[in-house]
Design a protein around this ligand. Sequence first.
Ligand code: BMA
Length: 357
Amino acid sequence: MVSTKIYAQPVDIAATKETLHLYQFLQKTLYLGILFGHQDDLAYGVNWKYVDGNSDVQSAVGAYPAVYGWELGRIENDATNNIDGVPFAKMRQYIQTAYERGGIITISWHLNNPLTGKTAWDPFPGTVASILPGGEKNAVYNSWLDKVANFLQSLTGKYGEVIPVIFRPFHELNGNWFWWGKAHCTPDEMIRLYRYTEHYLKDVKNIHNLLYAFNTDQFANLNEYEERYPGNAFVDIVGFDIYQRDNSGKAFVHNIGRMLTDLDAFAATHKKIPALTEFGFNEIPDKNWWTTVFAAGLKGHQVAYVLGWRNAGAKADGSIEYYVPFQGEASQPDFQKMKKSGLFIFQDKLSFSKVYQ
Ligand code: BMA
């Protein structure tokens, strides 16, 4: 169990006032409920794209999510749209809209491979080493971080203040599918890259609106979880990603419970905020999944928030991808039941002053 003491200060000692308030709010909510989040929620859903005010979560339960995930992939190429087609200009507006009503923003980055120019899924050996200081691609990586910094600094509220963001770089780093994955760099290289990235944003670019999230994919035990942990001085939020990929809700409940028990202990000893940084069961093939599997698995554990992955709908390659109900979807009634249970917090329970002031 996480201790009831509120940690006063995020790792960035120069964090802005709003960022500090968000940090403290996230700790208070651990005792009130779990903030429900969704990736790309305001940009598109299973049957729509870029309709102002639309949200699959809102259409399913009458309230917007509390947490909004966004993705920076392709910003490194100066692209107009991100890796999933979301125009960065629109993303900025959605972030501003959500922030003004007390929504919480988290950002991931499926950045291309800086050594080969291919995608995040190109595990070319030596990529991490090549972008560290002294490496042949360090200057390229710095120029990419400059673009990330520009975008983060452009997220401003009504009074010109910068909007706080939970930044989640190098997610799922114990998997092997990304170039920063476990099989493609040493623990020391990964730790140096995480620390360097943070140092560059904070000290070189003067970015002070970030809380830093560290997150793995599923893990076997705490040794695996900790192997590439950059250290207490670099991390505010600790989490992991989990997807159900078979029909057995039983296995999911067991695994999520086992990992949350480890995460609870890790968060308490390291004085960090626990979160479920991504989750999903694609197309939600079980209409009672929310109460009998998802909420059942979370029961008895403390996480500040959960982030359901994106409702892409039908994709160009013919596959279908969605993780959160929408109006008329089979698991909508059970999702409504889960909301009524009060375990989760949606936007309707938040306001700007509660979260940021
Ligand atoms: C993956 C999938 C992809 C997407 C990528 C980056 O998990 O959703 O369709 O391009 O995340 O957001």
